[in-house]
Ligand binder design. Structure first.
Ligand SMILES: [Zn+2]
Length: 346
């Protein structure tokens, strides 16, 4: 039994409903399918992201995105009421009462525009924010030949980059490294690296908790220049973009096969750990117990049992849980794979 008066104050493990703000690009069907839900009757084909455990808001496009818990409480209010319970004292001492993480499911119903995200240093100087937006993609579903693009293959001068952005044609995409992806792949995208996600991919995405994007390619998506360049002068916004080159060798260091993890282990390259952690839990040799942590838990395959100080619950593919530090150690059993998305270690 849940005591409403208590759960309203203390951090409690919560199953999350979908939270799919309208965006400027198509997608969303793979999210509803993955979550085991019918698309809602008002689904308009433009709900390509499910924002999980979100305290962040869209930079434009209506400013939605904050997660609401069952009962209607907005997540920032719940966090404020019991930060130690949600995050643990060490996290609060280092990061404050903020998750320091945004997690999303993203379904690319069409190719996304070539864009990049500012670094922490750039955001601090120009956007009055401590967070940049390094991000990582954990591929859950991919059409055959699905492709993503990361980093310029060759070094560009500032003039080359400005010219490509002026032209708004296919040369921007063609200048990037294409990477074929399949379910089980993971890719880290450091802040500053231009990138794009091709059509037909469902990814679990971790990122620093902002919505800062420099939309290098904006015309074909009808984006306002103010939105495309974060309200900055274009030459200033373009200073946040890495001019390359990103070599094949460098790309290898940004990739990992999360599907190869046995029992538990990181889904992402080590370099990600300064920004966030994604831990695959898949009991193979026996039940797996992992330590207490604030986590957005996404069950990506199978079904099993998830047991913590908040009790045991059956979980299955498509379930999403928000798990507070106060839930303590977690034991996972069954034929199930889940991914714990967590802030950096305090
Ligand atoms: Zn991005």
């Amino acid at each position: 039994m849940t005591d409403i008066s208590t759960s309203a104050v203390h951090a409690t493990t919560a199953a999350l409903a979908t939270n799919t703000p309208r965006r400027f690009y198509r997608g969303g069907e793979r999210i509803f399918a993955f979550r085991g839900l019918e698309a809602p009757s008002d689904f308009d084909g433009y709900r390509p992201e499910d924002w999980i455990g979100s305290t962040a808001r869209l930079f434009a496009e209506g400013g939605g995105g904050v997660t609401t818990l069952d009962g209607g409480r907005e997540l920032p209010d719940a966090f404020a009421a019991d930060a130690d319970g949600w995050f643990g004292e060490a996290h609060v001492a280092r990061f404050g009462g903020d998750p320091n993480l945004l997690t999303k499911l993203l379904d690319s119903g069409e190719r996304l525009p070539v864009h990049s995200h500012p670094s922490r240093a750039f955001a601090t100087t120009h956007l009055d924010c401590d967070h940049g937006k390094t991000e990582a993609w954990i591929v859950l579903v991919a059409d055959p030949d699905a492709t993503v693009w990361v980093g310029f293959r060759d070094e560009l001068s500032a003039e080359d980059l400005a010219e490509l952005v002026d032209a708004q044609d296919d040369r921007l995409l063609e200048a990037l490294n294409p990477i074929k992806v399949s379910a089980g792949d993971a890719v880290l995208v450091p802040a500053g690296q231009p990138h794009a996600i091709g059509e037909g991919v469902l990814i679990l995405e971790l990122q620093e908790p902002t919505d800062f994007s420099v939309m290098l390619e904006h015309k074909r998506f009808g984006l306002e220049l103010d939105h495309a360049f974060l309200g900055l002068e274009r030459p200033v916004a373009l200073q946040s973009v890495d001019h390359g080159p990103v070599t094949g060798e460098r790309l290898e260091t940004l990739r990992r096969r999360w599907a190869d993890v046995v029992d538990f282990g990181s889904a992402l390259p080590d370099e990600a750990s300064a920004y966030f952690r994604a831990e695959v839990v898949r009991p193979v040799t026996g039940d797996v117990t992992v330590g207490a942590a604030y986590a957005a838990v996404v069950v990506v395959d199978g079904h099993g049992t998830f047991t913590s100080a908040h009790g045991a619950r059956e979980v299955r593919a498509g379930d999403v849980l928000l798990v507070p530090f106060a839930a303590g150690d977690v034991t996972v059993s069954g034929d199930v794979t889940l991914i714990r998305c967590m802030p950096p270690a305090p």
